[in-house]
Design a protein around this ligand. Structure first.
Ligand SMILES: *Cc1c(COP(=O)(O)O)cnc(C)c1O
Length: 393
């Protein structure tokens, strides 16, 4: 029987039950300590219970936590101003989960298509990439090619064209006068930390500009310091028209997401056309604003670049010794384990036995996204545990 019989079985967690956590460490109910190399899929970028973020949340808990957008709070405008500035844009639509941010960006792009670009009503199309992961709603899984995520949940939402990730020629060929947007992860997370060819995002940006198509960068997992820059697109000098953000924006405390763009795009939303009871609530705004402030001077990004280089150097030592490939940027790594050593899940179970928590993606690929507070010494410690787990295979 499942250890959690009353919890819907939509996950298959490792047999580790967290009781407390601090920084990169999680302590189980049995007292065992684990170094968290998943970081809640990059939602815990600043470490578990980051003191500055917890203090901001506590302070706001003592003031006001929820008003709904029916009234204003003194937290929302300052948060949105700071986040817009971080993105080099002038407007923010606050939401809660990543999937909601993507859904909202899809709605904004369609409405922009009709109101601004002049696409005939009901005809708007959005191009997406093969292997994408943008969330779990019915519309979002409609344009997924992951059968596990999709099968059995139809009928599916129309209006999407999928082309192979990294293939700019296919993308160019898919653009029609009815195309309103291209939605892409700058580095694909769930697909296994797939970094595109260097000319992909710059050429995608140019194609969008030439064809009056919005470029939507889903930076929900790749953004906010993870890859060594504020946003992954910056590795290629690219600026999208729309950012979707989430995960780390909530500081590891609560769901906070956002769509960020200029007002000539987000301005297509008028009162009543879109909303969210919890989106932009004072507690979320206080936490999100703290996260944005923490990213303002580049220290966290530089840390992710430095520690990430160290992590990649250490992991690459295993290539040819049970590891086929290591991919990624900054403190984000996809690792292909020799399938002869077992599935990714089996390898994660062995890693957990050695005190390291990680998560498989597909097949024999693992992904690491440790909190950015990890140290060089802790990375060396993870490398040693990784080596033990490989030898035990
Ligand atoms: C996690 C993720 C999402 C969905 O976020 P949720 O908060 O789980 O809804 C969307 N896009 C990307 C790239 C993600 O990694």
């Amino acid at each position: 029987m499942s250890a959690e019989p009353h919890v819907a079985h939509n996950y298959s967690p490792l047999p580790v039950t967290a009781a407390t956590a601090e920084g990169v460490w999680i302590t189980g109910i049995d007292g065992a300590r684990y170094l968290d190399c998943l970081g809640a899929y990059s939602a815990v970028n600043f470490g578990h219970r980051n003191p500055r973020i917890v203090a901001a949340a506590m302070e706001q808990l003592g003031r006001v936590t929820l008003t709904s957008r029916a009234f204003m709070s003194d937290r929302l405008e300052p948060f949105c101003a700071a986040l817009a500035a971080l993105c080099g844009k002038d407007m923010v639509l606050p939401m809660n989960t990543g999937a909601e941010a993507v859904e909202s960006a899809v709605k904004v792009a369609r409405k922009w298509g009709y109101d601004v670009k002049g696409v005939p009503d009901g005809q708007a199309r959005i191009i997406v990439a093969g292997g994408n992961f943008h969330g779990r709603t019915t519309t979002i899984i409609s344009f997924s090619d992951d059968d596990e995520a999709r099968a059995g949940f139809g009928p599916y939402t129309p209006g999407f064209d999928r082309v192979p990730y990294g293939d700019i020629e296919s993308l160019a060929a898919a653009i029609t006068p009815d195309t309103v947007a291209v939605l892409v992860e700058p580095i694909q997370g769930e697909a296994g930390i797939i970094v595109p060819p260097d000319d992909y995002l710059p050429r995608l940006r140019a194609l969008c500009t030439e064809n009056n198509v919005l470029m939507i960068a889903d930076e929900i997992q790749s953004g906010l310091g993870r890859t060594g820059t504020t946003f992954a697109v910056q590795h290629w000098g690219v600026t999208p028209d729309i950012f979707t953000l989430g995960k780390a924006l909530g500081g590891g405390i609560l769901p906070v997401s956002a769509v960020v763009a200029d007002s000539h795009i987000l301005g297509v939303l008028t009162p009543g056309t879109h909303g969210s009871t919890f989106g932009g609530n004072p507690l979320a705004a206080a936490v999100g604003h703290t996260v944005v402030d923490m990213l303002a001077d580049g220290t966290w990004q530089a840390r992710a670049a430095d520690l990430g280089a160290h992590l990649h150097t250490r992991l690459r030592e295993f290539i040819g010794h049970g590891v086929f490939a290591v991919r990624g940027k900054g403190l984000w790594a996809g690792i292909d384990i020799d399938p002869a050593l077992g599935t990714g899940k089996q390898f994660c179970l062995r890693l957990a036995d050695h005190g390291v928590l990680a998560k498989d993606t597909h097949g024999s690929t693992l992904r690491l996204a440790p909190p950015l507070v990890i140290t060089h010494e802790e990375i060396d410690w993870v490398r040693d545990r990784f080596g033990e787990a490989l030898r035990r295979a």
